[in-house]
Write a protein that binds this ligand. Structure first.
Ligand code: SER
Length: 318
């Protein structure tokens, strides 16, 4: 059966890149990009619809119109922004997921993808090599919504047989799109300042170690998980997935190797506390064993690729 894929939240950091890769693989007409915002010209090679993930009738309309049989539900409010608007973040993150899961059940959607995050962990979680199954006591609204969402995904799989798949992304960095409202955003912003030849003032401490991943790896891993045989996807809450871990001072050093004039100073804000509640590194052996996950980019490779591409495309306003 031909894949007919609806991507909700297509204009976000992940969606913008995932849509391009999905269209390459499955054909532009088979990947329906959607977002609550006005469409941008970048998706003009295929269908683009305005969809508010909080409006289930609208999702059903688009599912029916395009005979959708897979949904990637990416719309969410990230950790830092969520702390400014807790009830809005909870409502958006939870209700939209419940809408999608319920529609998947009613409309016999074959597969659903939904991203979780390292934010589902908390201060009581082991910090080093955080295991797949461990203490989870998130203390941000975003993290609580991810943990609750994981439980709902597993519930719909067990109770209704919905083929839901999910990854706990680390901080994601890519050159094509900017993140918005997250704690790991610094690892993208820093490159744009470096390319502009400006000093970067970091909102985390120099030693704030966090798990991170280059966008190419994240997109490839997501599609590989979705293409894996159902029997290999043994975890139906969300898989730990990892590539590298670094601190702001380590990424600054990596940038200086390429751009020796680069400078950074530190002015930690409330996001430092969020970063401290998350793991330093992640044990992703279940993903590696079950469906063959492997990362390709480390800090050095990511830094070189980011800078090379940004110097061609030009930095964006961060
Ligand atoms: N990158 C996200 C954030 O910082 C974590 O999933 O909120």
């Amino acid at each position: 059966m031909t894949e007919r894929i609806l991507v909700i939240g297509a204009l976000g950091q992940l969606g913008s890149e995932l849509v391009v890769s999905l269209r390459d693989i499955f054909g532009s007409d088979n990947v329906i990009a959607s977002d609550v915002r006005t469409p941008e010209s970048s998706f003009s090679d295929g269908p683009m619809e305005i969809v508010d993930a909080l409006n289930p009738e609208r999702i059903v309309q688009v599912v029916d119109q395009y005979k959708v049989n897979q949904i990637y539900h990416l719309a969410a409010m990230l950790s830092a922004k969520g702390e400014a608007k807790p009830m809005l973040a909870w409502n958006l993150n939870m209700q939209s997921l419940l809408n999608v899961l319920q529609i998947a059940k009613e409309k016999q959607i074959q597969k659903v993808y939904w991203p979780s995050s390292i934010a589902c962990f908390g201060p009581g979680t082991p910090v080093e090599n955080t295991p797949q199954h461990t203490i989870m006591d998130p203390n941000t609204v975003y993290g609580i919504s991810k943990l609750a969402g994981e439980r709902w995904c597993e519930y719909y799989f067990n109770k209704y047989g919905i083929d839901v798949r999910s990854l706990r992304y680390p901080g994601l960095a890519g050159y094509k799109t900017l993140p918005g409202g997250g704690t790991t955003d610094y690892a993208v912003d820093i490159f744009h300042y470096a390319i502009r030849g400006e000093n970067y003032e970091c909102f985390l401490q120099p030693d704030a170690m966090l798990p991170m991943m280059y966008m190419d790896d994240a997109v490839r891993g997501t599609i590989e998980l979705m293409q894996a045989p159902a029997a290999s996807v043994k975890i139906r809450s969300s898989y730990n997935i990892a590539a590298m871990s670094f601190t702001p001072s380590q990424i600054a050093e990596a940038i200086k190797l390429e751009l020796p004039a680069f400078t950074i100073n530190y002015k930690p804000d409330f996001r430092q506390k969020i970063a401290e509640s998350w793991p330093d590194s992640i044990d992703d052996s279940a993903a590696r064993d079950d469906w063959g996950w492997d990362h390709r980019f480390d800090l050095e490779a990511m830094t070189k690729d980011m800078l090379a591409n940004l110097s061609i495309t030009g930095p964006q306003n961060t």
